[in-house]
Design a protein around this ligand. Sequence first.
Ligand SMILES: [Fe+2]
Length: 624
Amino acid sequence: MSEYILGISAYYHDSAAAIIRDSEILAAAHEERFTRIKHDMSFPTNAIKYVLKEAGIKFEDLTIVSFYDKPLIKFERLLETYHAFAPKGLASFVTAMPVWIKEKLFMRRMLNNKFSELLTNPNNKSKIPLHFPEHHLSHAASAFYPSPFEEAAILTIDGVGEWATSTIGYGTGSQIKILKELHFPHSVGLLYSAFTYYTGFRVNSGEYKLMGLAPYGTPNSEQTQRFKELIYKELIDIREDGSILLNMKYFNFATGLKMCNDKKWEALFGIPPRESETDITQEYMNMALAIQQVTEDIVLRLAKTAKELTKKDYLVMAGGVALNSVANGKLLKSGLFKDIWIQPAAGDAGGAVGAALASWYIGTDKQRNFKKDTDSMMGAYLGPEFGDKQIQSVLSKFDARYSYYDDFNELTKEIASMIDKGKVIGWFQGRMEYGPRALGNRSIIGDARNPEMQKKMNLKIKYREGFRPFAPSVLEEDIGEYFELDRPSPYMLLVVPVKESRRIPRPKNYNSLKLLDRLYQLGSDVPAITHVDYSGRLQSVNKNTNPKYWQVINEFKKLTGYGIIVNTSFNVRGEPIVCTPEDGYRCFMRTEMDYLVLGNYLLKKNDQPSWQEKENWEEKFKLD
Ligand SMILES: [Fe+2]
């Protein structure tokens, strides 16, 4: 009989649930998509209900429930940290401790209470065994087990789990061994987050913006070089093996409610912390570049150590820092490993899948179920899907006007022609993505060749800062036409150079132009996805993994010769990616998107009844 394991990630950020049947990943989803609260950290009741439904079982049918970290050890870390830094951390101690003592310390009881609510008869007590694999073991398991490698070195890097902030290990067959750990408070993730905060973005969600800002820094300027030197000299002590020691004089996260000591940073770098949503001046771009380059240096050294210790040909990665697609691109290019695979839900949400897989394999003699040619994440399309009936009922509710296409081929031809005409389309198909990226099932798409597209999408659709670059979806077989890359990049986790032959030279005074003036200088014949440094964060689309998305790009190629389009997540700034057709319609109506495709339904914005908004969504969805 099949066994079902539920994996849960919760109570830090990005709560999620995942379910596996024996070793097979059946479903996984972030709680934020259901509650519409970005990075929702609450117990993932909705995500659990969904994955159980997808698996076709009741809660009591589960064999094991696996939680993604060890709460008691985390508590010990908090206590010891407060003790070590006492009495400095008193304010944060008083804030955090009552919550920990009341709720988190009694995690087992709290979880069991939550489970009772999920039982068919809530008066019963859950008797299902509860596992607590370590946080970084959950990340490691999420990276290794679904990967297409029989053996691999494993590198996990994040803010912090229990004590570990980074681990090096390896997987072979069905077992994982952790060889080295870097411990709190010395953390690459927290170092990056401190700069995220200082440059005016939100910690634990704005890190990708800092990465996006880095290419605007002037590489050889005196200031960028000085910032780098200061980081190496004052903030961190980096060893040859990639381990780092943070100079805690400059950081407040261990004891305070803030990431860093503003006064000391200002004295050190000579610039104050940037206020969120204010103009971004060159010095913050230089700072972003400096910390990005330091991070790449650390990641590369850690990967070298992983290679030396394990002698494996392949590398797998997870943890929030593994979402740094620029560092990943450089790591791949270094040739240190024959190939690397990164868990698409590399952040804490992915811990749900990892915890479930760790419970299935570790400490058992089960054979690993693995395929050489493909990973077992199903393209990350592991979330809910909605049929015609559900879409129809939403359309009726809003009295929406639409056309229904019996023939999907006709619909894709129509969409390809709209893209060619510069229209922006909400594209909603099949199962929702797991992980932070929209990969063509909950995406907003447009023409990568169009010089106005980046501006239009940023300002009229996403309502966010204009500097943010867009990512392309490219037919897998056409990667080499556009990028200097010789392999697929299915999860948008690699930033690589745009092919030299497609680039348009920059003017001589380029680096002295203002941010927005630089942004709108065309960098190639696919300007909407070409970053200022001639790179792109590409997703390659495989015909078998996502046939519908592949088809629409292919139709566009037949029409224009270009097998590439812009793909950005289906949401407005600060909003979780849409989950249901209703979320999709609402987002479509709130923005200046031109068309919406829900399954085989096509909706034109101009045909819709006027939209009466009760909710102040711009207030609700804050910039991160
Ligand atoms: Fe983590």
